[in-house]
Design a protein around this ligand. Structure first.
Ligand code: FPP
Length: 252
């Protein structure tokens, strides 16, 4: 019966084996454009192929012990792309949400969006709200989609809310410490990522989860996002398990 069992114990009453894989994986899905270009096709062809990879990756999370998956779909800097590409991506996001809504709900996936919604169109915001509401009670993979997201923008928006709480007397500046700001971030309900993966051979973080990734492990891999597979994620989770995370301390 829910609530009866000790969540720390296995059904047989033994303490569970210590976790070795990442609990929270965050992915910068890069390389769609080059993948399309290599096939002589327009960049949007690559984005559509990239969107198809998302399902497989979401579905393999439970078997890998990944409880939280956060994916970078559109950055605050991506508005600098051509109007055709931006419009095509927005239409792809609308299509993806409408098409995947029922499957995500049935697979017990809970979806959240992070990022600033101000520049997004009303129809897309509506679909995002609907998907969040429809999956709000799900307890399986916690999928977070970063859409019009930028780490600096997120910290600036969080700081604005924090400053307002100080100005209106709800927060004493003397009590502000490193536990305070994360409560104002878009990710306030999520644990920090354990493993951040970037595909496509670029070794940079491009404004993704800046605060939250302070102690994350990174994997920069050559695979272009539309070629990324569940097997590759399993391999990366395995090598994460062999890393020694010390969080600044020394092993005694
Ligand atoms: C970066 O590749 C990718 C993006 C800016 C878009 C990411 C979007 C998807 C994977 C598709 C859909 C996602 C969802 C959630 C439906 P790039 O275009 O910068 O590739 P390039 O570096 O090769 O040009």
């Amino acid at each position: 019966m829910p609530g009866d069992a000790n969540p720390q114990m296995s059904p047989a009453g033994e303490a569970p084996a210590p976790r070795s894989g990442p609990r929270h994986v965050a992915i910068i899905m890069d390389g769609n454009g080059r993948w399309a270009q290599a096939r002589g096709r327009p960049r949007l062809f690559g984005h559509h192929a990239g969107a198809r990879r998302v399902r497989e990756v979401v579905e393999c999370c439970p078997s890998l012990g990944v409880e939280y998956l956060t994916i970078f779909a559109f950055s605050t800097e991506n508005w600098k792309r051509t109007q055709t590409e931006v419009a095509g991506l927005m239409s792809l996001f609308r299509r993806y949400i409408s098409k995947e809504m029922n499957a995500l709900a049935e697979k017990n996936v809970r979806v959240r969006f992070i990022g600033d919604r101000v520049r997004l169109d009303a129809k897309l915001i509506d679909l995002m709200d609907k998907l969040e509401r429809k999956t709000a009670g799900n307890s399986g993979t916690q999928l977070t989609i970063a859409l019009n997201y930028g780490g600096r923008d997120e910290v600036a928006r969080a700081t604005k809310r924090l400053a307002r709480d100080v100005a209106e007397g709800r927060l004493d500046p003397e009590n502000v410490d490193e536990e305070t700001l994360p409560r104002y971030l878009d990710t306030h309900v999520l644990p920090d990522p354990d493993l951040v993966i970037r595909t496509s051979g670029e070794a940079r973080i491009s404004n993704f989860l800046l605060w939250q990734s302070a102690y994350a492990e990174y994997e920069f891999i050559d695979t272009l996002w539309p070629d990324f597979t569940a097997e590759e994620l399993a391999r990366l989770c395995g090598s994460y398990g062999r890393r020694d995370r010390r969080f600044g301390a020394v092993k005694t």
